[in-house]
Design a protein around this ligand. Structure first.
Ligand code: ADP
Length: 444
């Protein structure tokens, strides 16, 4: 017991002893000790009940009562209760303040924030942007089912994804000119946060950037063809002193032409969400073509092999996939010193992972330091500028590969070790594979 409480306890015991002693002496003085002691004891009990009632009143009081004064066990109990209540009030005030601040922050957000109950998928709360972006109404929509309330939006399938739902881009239910990006954030076992952001401006800027690059590339095509044509007409034999200059000009104009072609390919790939025409791609023939191209590029400087252990074909765009695979093969040749090996392999996904096939280009070349891997597919990202330029690279090859694979719902995986080589694997889902018959011909 703390010293203050202990002294209050002993003081109360002392007071009781004093009252009983005084009552006994007074009773003896008048010759009737027991009735006097009994009356004194009843008085003490009554006083204790009265103090008990005061404690109850303090506990149930709505307004703040004055702090207790005096000593003794009841006053000490009162004091402790007063202190406890005071602390609780201060904590409550702090919590309410924090809650208000959080609500004010959430309400002031430019993005719509909707709290959804996970099991019933009902709306529990939303901020002011929820009104403007999603058309929610605070009077009727709290407690309403989310999917039914935001009817035109394709939400039911998306919500089923729960924690794994990818951000969804969709047209606003209020204004078809506005595009919303929806994100689902499960922040507790029972509650989800749906965040809707207006990305129309961003998309518009992105479209402007794409159009600009496509237009510039397109406009550059004609003058480049002219320059290229005239350069071809110039005969170095007529002016031998110009020969090195002409050769360099030809090399650079070819590089520019390749750059323009790659930029156009990239903007064409970026502007389409789906492949315009899909077909069965005979992978036997594709692997042979890739090998031929690798041999032509390598000029016998590398050992090149092709392996097909999957024995299936792919479904997609022959032209785009060929451009992606040949970019990987051309990189393998360009970034592998003479004497190295390059393997082009079509295999099934390793057992244990999802079904599907993998097209892999494995080289024993320079390799890529791990720090560069996360950014390697960005356009114009190069590990070494000089090596890329020397080898005739445009810096757009892997960006094209990534886009083509995205259009085929496939993914690119890169593993590499400096000085030992790199493996670029294109993983295709089972839905992208087609069986081949015994002769290696594609089955209808
Ligand atoms: P580039 O036209 O410069 O080759 P890419 O987009 O094809 O552009 O490749 C980006 C960069 O990735 C290259 O500059 C090179 O540094 C690195 N790279 C790509 N493939 C390989 C590879 N097989 N081995 C080593 N480095 C590679």
């Amino acid at each position: 017991m703390p010293p203050r409480a202990r002294s209050a306890w002993f003081r109360t015991l002392g007071q009781l002893a004093l009252v009983l002693a005084v009552a006994t002496v007074a009773g003896l003085a008048i010759g009737r000790p027991w009735p006097v002691v009994t009356v004194a004891a009843l008085g003490v009990v009554a006083w204790h009940y009265w103090r008990l009632r005061r404690v109850l009143l303090r506990l149930t009081a709505r307004q703040r009562l004055a702090p207790p004064v005096g000593e003794g066990v009841w006053n000490e109990l009162d004091r402790l209760l007063y202190r406890g209540q005071d602390e609780m009030r201060a904590r409550k005030r702090r919590l309410i303040g924090m809650l208000r601040a959080y609500r004010a922050v959430a309400a002031a957000l430019p993005d719509a924030v909707v709290v959804v109950e996970r099991n019933s998928q009902r709306i529990l709360w939303f901020n002011e942007a929820g009104l403007a972006l999603l058309g929610l109404d605070p009077k009727h929509d709290v407690g309403a089912p989310l999917v039914a309330r935001l009817q035109p939006l394709p939400l039911s399938h998306w919500l089923a994804g729960g924690r794994n739902a990818e951000p969804l881009e969709t047209v606003s239910p209020l204004n078809p000119a506005v595009t919303l990006s929806l994100r689902l954030i499960p922040y507790s076992d029972d509650l989800w946060l749906l965040v809707a952001r207006d990305v129309s401006r961003l998309l518009h800027l992105e479209q402007m950037r794409r159009d600009f690059v496509a237009n510039v590339s397109h406009e550059l095509r004609t003058p480049l063809t002219v320059v290229h044509g005239y350069l071809d007409m110039l005969d170095p034999a007529e002016h031998p002193e110009w020969a090195p200059m002409l050769a360099e000009m030809q090399r650079q104009s070819q590089r520019m032409t390749q750059l323009v072609e790659d930029l156009l390919t990239l903007s064409r790939l970026e502007s389409q969400d789906n492949l315009p025409a899909e077909e069965t791609i005979a992978m036997g023939a594709m692997l042979n073509t890739l090998k031929r191209e690798a041999l032509a590029l390598s000029q016998h400087r590398h050992e090149i092999s092709v392996e097909d252990s999957a024995g299936v074909d792919l479904w997609g765009s022959n032209k785009e996939l060929h451009s992606a695979f040949s970019n990987l093969v051309s990189n393998a040749v360009r970034y592998t010193p003479a004497g190295g090996t390059i393997r082009i392999r079509l295999r099934n996904e390793s057992p244990g992972s999802a079904r599907g096939v993998v097209l892999e280009v494995v080289d024993s070349g320079y390799g890529i330091p791990a720090a560069h891997l996360p950014r390697i597919t960005e356009r114009f990202y190069r590990v070494s500028n000089s090596r890329s330029r020397e080898s005739g690279g445009t810096g757009l090859g892997l960006a094209i590969v990534k886009h083509v694979l995205n259009l085929h719902q496939a993914r690119l995986e890169i593993s590499s070790e400096v000085g030992r080589g790199s493996t670029f694997s294109c993983h295709f889902g089972a839905e992208r594979t087609r069986a081949r018959d015994a002769l290696g011909l594609a089955l209808p």
